[in-house]
Design a protein. Structure first.
Length: 202
């Protein structure tokens, strides 16, 4: 972990050099967060672990085992894919691991799967280097069994793998979930990921 923290300034310099406009986007998102009209947000706190594990238990070929990761504040907010790709370019001993960050409203009745990148070391230990605006210290992460990065998936398929609403029951927290967010349908999800993994990149 100490080794990763020493990379914070170097990663910032790399991001500024490679894609300065993305950091402007981070500032815009931070401003939107600070000026939002309500205090409702989703996070790790409300995740119903038993339901999450039961819901995802039949996807051993597609998804790995859920793991709660400590957030190490090395990268930039909402830039997980860029953070991980750039850090792994700088430090070849790490690899990008794509998967899903599981969040929920405080009541836990609605959960969301959002595609997310972390890094792993040579021993396959995972590290989440991306902070959030709501200052999460831990996140539930489920590895996705693919060797592709989110940028490759977006180029091939658009954003259809980005976010899923797990649609458990009615939320009591007054959060209006996006109507454009697809509901998690296990069979459809499994087929979509299998099709994704059949795509060859040369």
């Amino acid at each position: 972990m100490n080794n990763l923290m020493t990379m914070k300034n170097e990663l910032a310099r790399t991001m500024l050099k490679k894609d300065p406009s993305s950091l402007i986007d981070v500032l815009k998102m931070k401003k939107e967060w600070d000026n939002r009209n309500d205090d409702y947000s989703v996070g790790t706190y409300g995740v119903n672990v038993k339901i999450m594990k039961r819901m995802l238990s039949s996807f051993e070929d597609t998804l790995g085992t859920p793991i709660k990761l400590e957030v190490i504040n090395v990268g930039f907010n909402n830039m997980c894919h860029n953070n991980c790709i750039n850090l792994c370019d700088m430090c070849p001993e790490y690899k990008v691991q794509l998967g899903y960050n599981i969040t929920a409203c405080d009541c836990g009745n609605l959960m969301c799967m959002e595609i997310h990148s972390v890094i792993k070391d040579k021993d396959d230990k995972l590290y989440d280097i991306t902070p959030d605006f709501n200052n999460e210290t831990k996140k539930w992460f489920i590895p996705l069994n693919t060797n592709k990065t989110m940028h490759q998936i977006s180029a091939l398929c658009g954003r259809e793998y980005d976010v899923y609403n797990t649609n458990i029951s009615k939320c009591k927290c007054k959060i209006n979930w996006s109507k454009n967010m697809p509901s998690f349908v296990p069979s459809e999800f499994n087929n979509a990921i299998k099709n994704l993994n059949r795509i060859m990149i040369y």
